[in-house]
Design a protein around this ligand. Structure first.
Ligand code: ARG
Length: 471
């Protein structure tokens, strides 16, 4: 048999004319989907092994295919593999190289398979691995957040609603709120992994194959926990990509919120924290500037990943079954989402341990803005004043405080008694910031004792020694 030229297209049999050069460039995906090579080769080795087991390939053919694929993998890793855009994608590049290397047996590898089920096998293998990587990176970041929470369990800061001073909270409590957002992200990646981890091979182009394949064996060889149950659905489905990228997008939304808080807290108007010099940049014109660019970039990059999630949804909308070439557009969105998200997680992991917490600044800020007004109202309620009346009374005290430019604890007892005779000298305990946070002493509350307990539970969960019971 004559050997084919290096850019012979495996599908060229029914064509009379060569592909237009523009179309060749337009349809090619090898320049981005080549990063699936490891998974493509693993999928092919499993497929060849299965074909040999059921007697479609001989043992010698299987051995030659596996050896050929392994040498190609080594070459790709060494950077000496020659990628050819005329061969469209990673699949045809590798298959062509295999046939050039080992001859006839290489041409048998694609028996009972199509690029339609091949490409999603590759993608599923990649996203399974990346899901584990995301969870591991999230765990590291959660660990860094819990470190701060433990250290700052007693640190008082103003808590905000509408970005207006609301009630005092502890900074440790705020850190554990970040922890919870990240915990849900980790849960989502773990949960979606179960749906990623199913074998599409055997679906072939769309209808399955007439060869006596053993799909369970292929699944076992590749570590898939189940089979895609319908061939049409399998080759047309990109839900697993949408889920993965959506999970990245939501995680990025969380990182953007954390970034926004860091940007605010580092500004001269807050000065609650300082980010290490190694994670800030200066201004080319204003010598005094130290800018939180890393946090700003994370905030900015969240928009890209959100865009990719929207792009994938739009890509699939109204697509008829089964495979359509549109789907080739999924890869860059998936790759950029996972690269961007992973980078942002890493940079946050590296940045947080150097965060300097300015406890006095936080405390002073909490002491302004009548943060303990709710505590005064609750005090009156405990002295039998109905809550609505108590609310009104405290509102009047606050109004006078604003006029006089003083805080609630600056009023003398006689002055306070003019607003309500039920107020006694013990009122100053609830007007203090420490008293206020300590009194919120229940699961989920901001009391330092609760923060320490919640941090300990979080640590146990991170170490995998506690089942998540919601607390
Ligand atoms: N490159 C395609 C993709 O990314 C896979 C190949 C399927 N192509 C085809 N003509 N059926 O989804």
């Amino acid at each position: 048999m004559p050997t084919d030229p290096p850019d012979h297209k495996p599908w060229s049999g029914r064509f009379r004319e060569p592909t237009d050069a523009l179309v060749e460039r337009f349809t090619a995906s090898e320049h981005f989907d080549r990063r699936l090579y490891r998974h493509d080769i693993a999928g092919s080795i499993a497929h060849a092994t299965m074909l040999a087991r059921v007697g479609v390939l001989s043992e010698a053919e299987r051995a030659s295919i596996v050896e050929g694929l392994q040498s190609i993998e080594a070459e790709i890793e060494a950077g000496s593999f020659e990628w050819n855009p005329a061969l469209e994608d990673v699949h045809m590049n590798i298959e062509s190289a295999l046939t050039r290397r080992i001859g006839e047996a290489g041409k048998k590898l694609h028996t009972g398979r199509s690029r339609n089920d091949q490409v999603i096998t590759d993608l599923r293998l990649m996203l399974r691995e990346e899901s584990d990587g995301m969870v591991a990176a999230l765990r590291r970041l959660q660990g860094a957040v819990v470190d701060i929470a433990e250290r700052e369990a007693d640190t008082i800061m103003p808590g905000f609603t509408h970005l207006q001073t609301a009630q005092p909270v502890t900074f440790g409590h705020h850190m554990l709120a970040w922890y919870e957002m990240l915990e849900r992200d980790a849960e989502r990646f773990r949960d979606a992994r179960a749906r990623i981890n199913r074998l599409p091979l055997g679906s072939a182009a769309l209808a399955g194959t007439s060869f006596p394949i053993d799909r369970e064996l292929s699944a076992r060889l590749l570590g898939f926990e189940g089979l895609c149950r319908n061939s049409l659905d399998a080759v047309g489905d990109r839900d697993f990509c949408i889920e993965f990228v959506s999970n990245c997008a939501l995680l990025m939304v969380h990182l953007s919120r954390m970034s926004e808080e860091l940007v605010m807290w580092t500004s001269a108007h807050f000065e609650f924290v300082e980010i290490g010099d190694a994670f800030c940049t200066g201004s080319s014109i204003m010598p005094q500037k130290k800018n939180p660019d890393v946090a700003e970039l994370v905030r900015g990059k969240s928009s890209r990943v959100m865009g990719h999630a929207a792009a994938l949804l739009a890509l699939m909308k109204s697509q008829p079954l089964a495979f359509n070439r549109d789907n080739q557009e999924d890869k860059e969105a998936v790759f950029d989402s996972l690269d961007t998200t992973r980078d942002c997680l890493e940079v946050f992991c590296a940045m947080l341990p150097g965060l300097e917490v300015k406890r006095a600044r936080m405390r002073n800020a909490a002491a302004r803005g009548f943060a303990t007004a709710t505590d005064l109202a609750d005090y009156l309620v405990r002295r039998q004043v109905p809550f609505r009346d108590a609310h009104e009374v405290v509102g009047n005290v606050v109004r006078e405080g604003i006029e006089r430019g003083c805080d609630l604890s600056d009023f003398t007892l006689e002055e306070l008694k003019r607003f309500s005779p039920r107020i006694e000298s013990d009122v100053y305990e609830v007007l203090s910031l420490e008293g206020s946070v300590a009194s919120r002493d229940h699961i989920g509350g901001t009391a330092p004792a609760q923060v320490r307990r919640a941090a300990a539970r979080a640590r146990r969960r991170l170490a995998g020694v506690a089942e998540d019971t919601g607390t």
